[in-house]
Design a protein around this ligand. Structure first.
Ligand code: GLN
Length: 483
C-alpha cells in the first residue's frame, strides 16, 4: 500500500479497493517501524489521523469525492496545528501548542486530508541539511550517512522512504526544491503570494512560501490544488483565481522554449550533475521543446544578497520569542533583561543565533545602507534578469544543486560552505518566481534534481513540463533500498 502515489490512492479510494482508515493504519505502522532510522517526524498525530480517516470514509460513503478526500499527508512542523505541538524544530517552541490552524492546514483538512504527523525541519527553517533541528538530524533514505537536504528534510525523507505519499513544506531559499533533489522527489515552490503564509511561522516573510513535496508532478498538482488560493488573513496573498493544475498536466511540449543560463555551468558544479542536466534537456527536446542559451548576469550576487535579507527579516521576526508571551522561558530570571537574554540564549540554537546577529547588524544604523539597502538593490537586479529572460523563453532549466547530498556533519564547522550550496535555488525566492525540482538521475547512488523556473503564476506550466518528462523517464520511480 505504501508505494501508492496520491493519484493512485485517490483512484483506490474511489473504487473502494481500501478505506482511508485501512491505509492510515498501514502507514502509521510503517512509520513506527521505519522512522527510527530516519528521524523524519517530530510529532505523530495517530488519534487525529484515525478520526480524520474515518470522517473521510464517511464523506465518501455519503457520495462525496475529491482527490484529497482520505489522503494521508504530514505537515512541516512550522505550520500551526490547533492543539498540537508546533515546534519549528526549536527548543524555543518545544512546549508550544498552536491555538489555531494555519490556512494551509485548514484548507487541506477541509479537502479531507489525514494528518499523520508533523515533520522534522531545520530550526526556524534555517539550513540546507536538516542538521540544525533541536530534535536531531534527519537521515537521507538513499544513504543513511548523508543529509536529506533542508530545511524541509523531514517531509522529504518521509515521502522518499514511502512512509507517506506527500507532505507540505516551505521554501525561503530552496527548502522545498533542494531536499526534493537530495531525496529523488518532485517539489514545487509556488509564486510568492500563491499559498497563504497565515499560521506558517515566519523565517523571512518576503521570501517564505509553502508548497508540496511528493514523488511525482501529478501529485504536486493535487496537493498544490488544496493549498493555493487567496487568503484575506495574509496581506501578501494574491487574489488571482487558482487554475486546475491537474487539467494542464497533459499539454504538449511542442514549441516550448527552454532557456539554459550559461552562468549555471561554471566552476562549483559537479560535472556529473552537469551531464545529467544536459541529458534531461535532450529528453525535453525529443518531446518538442527548443533550447536557447540565456544569461542571468547578476546571479553571482544572489547568495550575499540573500544572506543579508533573510537574516535581516529573521532578526525582526524572531524578536517575538522573548520568554514572555509563549515558548521557552529560562529558570529563575533575575530581571527583565536577564529573562530576555537567557530565554533567547537557551531557547535558540547556534545557527539561529548567528542569523539573528547578522540580521540585526545589517539593519543597524550606520550599516543599513551598506548592507540591507544594497542587498535590496541586488534583489531588483536579479528580478530584472529573469524578466528579460522570460521575454525570450517559457521555462528556465538548470541543476537544483551544485552537488549531491553531503555526509552528515561534513559542513558543520563552515556555515558559509553550506550557504554556497543554495546558489541555484535562492534567486527564485529573491524574485518571487515559481520553481520546481524533479528527479534527473543519480551520482554515487545519490539522487540529482533538475530545476525548472517559470514566470509568475505559471505553476501549471512547471507541472505540465515535469509531468511530460516523468511520462518519458523513470528516475522518479526509483525507490531507496530498505524502504
Ligand atoms: N538554506 C537556506 C537558508 O538557510 C534556505 C532555507 C529555506 O528555504 N527555508 O536560509
Amino acid at each position: 500500500m505504501h508505494h501508492m502515489t496520491l493519484a493512485e490512492i485517490a483512484r483506490g479510494l474511489a473504487d473502494k479497493k481500501f478505506s482511508s482508515e485501512e491505509l492510515t493504519k498501514a502507514l502509521l505502522a510503517r512509520i513506527a517501524q521505519l522512522d527510527p532510522q530516519l528521524n523524519s517526524f517530530i510529532s505523530l498525530t495517530e488519534e487525529l489521523a484515525l478520526s480524520q480517516a474515518k470522517a473521510a470514509d464517511a464523506r465518501r460513503a455519503n457520495g462525496e469525492s475529491g482527490a484529497l478526500l482520505g489522503a494521508p499527508i504530514a505537515h512541516k512542523d512550522l505550520f500551526c496545528t490547533q492543539g498540537i505541538r508546533t515546534s519549528c524544530g526549536s527548543k524555543m517552541l518545544d512546549n508550544f501548542k498552536a491555538p489555531y490552524d494555519a490556512t494551509v492546514v485548514a484548507k487541506l483538512a477541509a479537502a479531507g486530508t489525514v494528518t499523520l504527523g508533523k515533520t522534522n525541519m531545520d530550526e526556524f527553517a534555517m539550513g540546507s541539511a536538516n542538521e540544525s533541528s533541536y530534535y536531531g538530524a534527519v537521515k537521507n533514505p538513499w544513504n543513511l550517512e548523508h543529509v536529506p537536504g533542508g530545511s524541509s528534510g523531514g517531509s522529504a525523507a518521509a515521502v522518499a522512504a514511502r512512509l507517506l505519499p506527500a507532505a507540505t513544506a516551505t521554501d525561503t531559499g530552496g527548502s522545498i526544491r533542494q531536499p526534493a533533489a537530495f531525496t529523488n522527489l518532485t517539489g514545487l515552490k509556488p509564486t510568492y503570494g500563491r499559498v497563504s503564509r497565515w499560521g506558517m511561522i515566519a523565517y523571512a516573510s518576503s521570501l517564505d512560501q509553502g508548497g508540496p513535496l511528493a514523488r511525482t508532478a501529478e501529485d504536486c498538482a493535487i496537493l498544490l490544488q488544496g493549498m493555493a488560493g487567496f487568503d484575506p488573513n495574509d496581506s501578501t496573498s494574491i487574489d488571482e483565481p487558482v487554475p486546475d493544475y491537474s487539467a494542464s498536466l497533459n499539454g504538449s511540449l511542442q514549441g516550448l522554449r527552454i532557456g539554459v543560463p550559461k552562468e549555471y555551468f561554471g566552476a562549483g558544479l559537479d560535472p556529473r550533475i552537469a551531464e545529467l542536466i544536459h541529458n534531461s534537456v535532450k529528453e525535453l527536446e525529443k518531446l518538442g521543446a527548443s533550447i536557447k542559451e540565456i544569461s542571468l548576469p547578476n546571479m553571482q550576487h544572489a547568495i550575499p544578497a540573500y544572506y543579508v535579507i533573510a537574516p535581516a527579516e529573521a532578526s525582526s521576526n524572531l524578536s517575538r520569542f522573548d520568554g514572555v508571551r509563549f515558548g521557552y522561558r529560562c529558570e529563575n530570571p533575575q530581571n527583565l533583561v536577564d529573562l530576555y537574554k537567557r530565554s533567547r540564549g537557551e531557547g535558540f540554537g547556534a545557527e539561529v543565533q548567528r542569523r539573528i546577529m547578522v540580521g540585526a547588524y545589517a539593519l543597524s544604523a550606520g550599516y543599513y545602507d551598506a548592507y540591507y539597502l544594497k542587498a535590496q538593490k541586488i534583489r531588483r537586479l536579479v528580478k530584472n534578469d529573469f524578466m528579460a529572460a522570460f521575454n525570450e523563453v517559457d521555462i528556465i532549466l538548470g541543476p537544483t544543486t551544485p552537488n549531491p547530498a553531503w555526509k552528515l556533519g561534513a559542513k558543520n564547522s563552515d556555515p558559509v560552505a553550506e550557504y554556497l550550496e543554495d546558489v541555484y535555488t535562492i534567486t527564485a525566492n529573491l524574485a518571487g518566481l515559481p520553481g520546481l525540482s524533479m528527479p534527473a538521475g543519480f551520482v554515487d547512488g545519490l539522487p540529482v534534481g533538475v530545476q525548472l523556473l517559470a514566470p509568475y503564476f505559471q505553476e501549471g506550466r512547471l507541472l505540465n513540463v515535469a509531468h511530460q518528462y516523468q511520462l518519458n523517464s523513470d528516475w522518479h520511480t526509483r525507490t531507496p533500498t530498505g524502504f
